[in-house]
Write a protein that binds this ligand. Structure first.
Ligand code: ADP
Ligand code: MG
Length: 239
């Protein structure tokens, strides 16, 4: 995934808000990148544009070799459904479906006949082989988020976008999800981009992108030290 000069302006004239202002970043296959920055700096706008949920005012977004901004609507819908996986803070599982049905939902909606089999394979990989037929209310928060990660991976996406994936979890489950996202990148070779407010969780990523006022103010490698993100934020004047 790469962006070039990505810019998003909301509103017009006096009420104009430059939510993103010339953002150029890249996340290679197998790479896990964290994005941090103060509220209102453009993180959600960035994820929405990367996920093809909104279109930029100018600039490019490339996912899996395709320029999202130049794709016709039907191709964009298909690429979004098959090549991009989303993980949200609120898990967003369907209460009446069990883990297999939830994890396989994108495949079922896409008309795949092997949805259960593929969902089961991903649930096994994320450590839920003994919870396959539990509904969300029969799972802990950490387990529900694992189901959501399996769902995001079920279509074999090139890019996984996670918006505050640990925001609703206790610290131990949060660490487990951060480690799982490491695995999604390192072992299963996806590009993973995670927005987080928690510098400890960001420290599990290989790289940190710091944003302020719609711009990237730093983009640096991390070495796995738990304090790395806090030090980078101090240097950038964000703490
Ligand atoms: P973050 O996720 O980092 O908190 P956002 O991407 O949500 O930031 O917002 C960036 C800026 O764009 C903020 O000033 C916000 O108020 C503005 N913004 C976001 N969405 C809209 C919208 N749909 N219409 C107008 N302004 C928006
Ligand atoms: Mg946001």
């Amino acid at each position: 995934m790469r962006t070039e000069g990505l810019t998003k302006v909301y509103g017009v004239a006096d009420s104009e808000v430059r939510a993103l202002d010339g953002v150029s970043i890249a996340v290679a296959p197998g790479e896990f990148v964290a994005v941090m920055g103060p509220s209102g700096c453009g993180k959600s706008t960035l994820l929405n544009l990367l996920g093809g949920l909104d279109s930029p005012t100018s600039g490019r977004v490339e996912v899996d070799g395709a320029d999202l901004t130049a794709l016709p609507d039907d191709r964009l819908t298909e690429l979004r459904r098959r090549r991009i996986g989303f993980v949200f803070q609120a898990f967003n599982l369907i209460p009446v479906l069990d883990a297999v049905e939830n994890a396989g939902l994108p495949l079922t909606l896409d008309g795949a006949s092997d949805a259960d089999e593929r969902a089961t394979r991903w649930l096994t990989r994320v450590g839920l082989v003994d919870r396959l037929h539990n509904r969300p209310d029969q799972l802990s928060g950490g387990q529900q988020q694992r189901v959501a990660v399996a769902r995001a991976l079920s279509t074999d996406p090139a890019l996984v976008l996670a918006d505050e994936p640990t925001g609703n979890l206790d610290s131990r489950s949060a660490t487990e999800i951060a480690e799982l996202l490491q695995q999604v990148a390192a072992e299963w070779h996806r590009s993973v981009l995670m927005v987080t407010h928690d510098p400890r969780i960001a420290s599990y990523a290989q790289r940190l992108v710091l944003m302020k006022d719609g711009r990237v103010v730093d983009d640096l490698p991390l070495d796995g030290s738990r304090e790395g993100p806090v030090r980078a934020m101090e240097r950038a004047g964000l703490l």
